[in-house]
Design a protein around this ligand. Structure first.
Ligand SMILES: Cc1cc2nc3c(=O)[nH]c(=O)nc-3n(C[C@H](O)[C@H](O)[C@H](O)COP(=O)(O)O)c2cc1C
Ligand SMILES: Nc1ncnc2c1ncn2[C@@H]1O[C@H](COP(=O)(O)OP(=O)(O)OP(=O)(O)O)[C@@H](O)[C@H]1O
Ligand SMILES: [Mg+2]
Length: 494
């Protein structure tokens, strides 16, 4: 069997160990469940491609173990014996669809195409064909892997079946080592810089693989991504889609304007002992790249306060920026708060530990240090040559460790270089001063707000005796100019 042979002949001990363990899980599943009641969930992605070949090898070895001679298996070479389901969606990449179909035909895979969402599709499947166990290419680090083991019953509220995850403990490196060692075909998108593939609405090539070739942007193949923890960096939801889907309930006055929430953590800020300079700076920086800050909060240094605020904001903003409460002190609870909000454990992160060791030298107290613990399975480290310690990103939460303006500037530069923040059209701002009273301007301005919904019209004055400044801001320059013209005409007639 060519897969088994390729692995046995390879010198990659780590891969061999992972392979043996995965095949063992497959053999256990095949011993536990009748093969007619087992299914494989295949979607043309790299992880499920690995699993397809592991299942081929696992089935072969299972047959050999059960006393079938190699001769009996000749027909198996052209027919894959496990029922295979593919949830086809209109938003799948065409390359994924064609790879899935081509692979099915090359390896004799009987594809059951399901054109429903996962839950309803599985409900229908279980009704039509008894299915006790489903093989999935889920790996630790996938958001959906949290809390799963190699054999995990489906979640409460889902139809009942056993999820079998033979490659749960495989790293990104293991996946590529396997595909390249076995020389099996994989979807062409992975050679174009895609490192993890969702739908056309939420997946772009991974910016960390981008290279400039004579000024033109190109992407290296997925197997060249050195830090596997960043494999999902190309899977931010595309902003315009998010606004259309209404996935996030963000009331932004601009279309295509990403929204940000800022959370500062610190009892010193709440007591007024320390001035929060970073908030002002962060607002300015976000505004300068066309983002809308929709919420700012200061919370006290306790895990539950941080967790509650992060939980509230992570689903209402495109990105949550958090600072304060990061470090080794008892009051440094921000990372634990983020983990709690995301329902994951804190676990030692070797790479982060290495950076801390370099930073603290002899003062570093070793592996048990709580500071090296980060939210498990969902943390991405954003490295930058100017940063002694990488920035931490967990889902749509970015944690700054800066304690002053200079450190913050550096961390911001690293973040913008990482290209994780969408830069959209910048705001066009105009202002207008008037000595009219607030009562005079109130009604005309309210009307103008309705007439120009895409222009944010605001007012402020430095003191009650100084003129009123009216601000107009938007992304459509012509619209802002028209609003400005309308303001000046309406107010001059007052
Ligand atoms: C065969 C199959 C079984 C699944 N079972 C569960 C489940 O038991 N519980 C659950 O929350 N999600 C389940 N899901 C949904 C996945 O966890 C996840 O949402 C889906 O694979 C999309 O992942 P992505 O966002 O990384 O593309 C299942 C999906 C598939 C294809
Ligand atoms: N549309 C789908 N149809 C069938 N199975 C799916 C589908 N989407 C996800 N799965 C199952 O969930 C597993 C995990 O999905 P995930 O997107 O993390 O991995 P992948 O698609 O194999 O690779 P990649 O991480 O590169 O996208 C897949 O390996 C597959 O078993
Ligand atoms: Mg995928």
């Amino acid at each position: 069997m060519e897969i088994d042979k390729a692995i046995r002949e390879s010198n990659d001990q780590k891969l061999k160990t992972k392979y043996n363990k995965a095949v063992n899980v497959i053999q256990r599943a095949l011993a536990l469940y009748p093969i007619e009641e087992v299914a494989f969930s295949f979607n043309g992605g790299k992880d499920s491609t690995v699993l397809l070949h592991l299942l081929r090898a696992g089935f072969f070895l299972h047959q050999v173990d059960n006393g079938h001679s190699n001769g009996d298996l000749s027909s198996y070479a052209s027919a894959f014996p496990i029922r295979t389901i593919y949830f086809e969606s209109p938003s799948a990449f065409p390359e994924i669809n064609s790879f899935t179909y081509e692979t099915a035909s090359s390896y004799g895979v009987q594809l059951d195409i399901i054109r429903q969402d996962f839950k309803s599709g599985l409900e229908a499947l279980l009704k039509s064909k008894p299915t006790k166990a489903i093989f999935l290419g889920v790996r630790i680090g996938d958001p959906t892997a949290v809390g799963q083991e190699q054999f995990s019953p489906s979640s409460p509220g889902w139809p009942p079946f056993m999820r079998v995850n033979p490659i749960l403990d495989w790293s990104y490196r293991d996946v590529w080592a396997f595909l390249l060692t076995c020389k099996v075909p994989y979807c062409s998108l992975y050679d174009q810089g895609y490192t993890s593939i969702g739908s056309v609405n939420d997946t772009t090539p991974n910016a960390l693989l981008c290279i400039k070739d004579f000024g033109k942007e190109k992407f290296k193949p997925a197997y060249m991504l050195s830090d596997g923890r960043l494999e999902r960096a190309g899977r931010a939801k595309k902003l315009h889609q998010k606004v259309k889907d209404g996935v996030k309930g963000v009331e932004s006055h601009q279309e295509n304007t990403p929204s940000a929430s800022i959370i500062a953590v610190g009892d010193e800020i709440l007591s007024g002992r320390v001035e929060d300079e970073l908030r002002h700076l962060l607002c300015r920086k976000l505004h300068s790249i066309g983002w809308n800050v929709s919420h700012i909060a200061v919370v006290s240094s306790d895990v539950d306060s941080v967790a509650q605020e992060v939980e509230n904001q992570k689903s209402t903003s495109d990105m949550v920026f958090l600072y304060g409460g990061v470090g080794p002190l008892p009051s440094d609870v921000s990372i634990a708060g983020v983990a709690k909000a995301l329902s994951v454990c804190l676990a030692s992160n070797e790479e982060f530990e290495e950076h801390l060791r370099n930073l603290y030298g002899e003062k570093w107290t070793g592996e048990s240090n709580e500071m090296a613990k980060l939210p498990e399975g969902i943390t991405e480290l954003l490295l930058h040559e100017k940063l002694p310690v990488p920035l931490i990103k967990c889902g749509n939460i970015i944690v700054f460790s800066a304690t002053n303006v200079n450190e913050f500037d550096q961390q911001w530069d690293a973040l913008t270089n990482s290209r994780l923040l969408a830069t959209t059209r910048s705001f066009v701002s105009k202002h207008f001063t008037t000595s009219l009273s607030d009562i005079d301007v109130a009604q005309p301005l309210s009307k103008l707000c309705f007439e120009f919904p895409n222009v944010n019209i605001g007012c402020y004055r430095k003191s009650r005796t100084e003129p009123l400044t009216i601000t107009l801001e938007g992304k459509d320059e012509k619209m802002v100019e028209a609003a400005m013209e309308a303001v000046s005409t309406r107010l001059s007639s007052q």
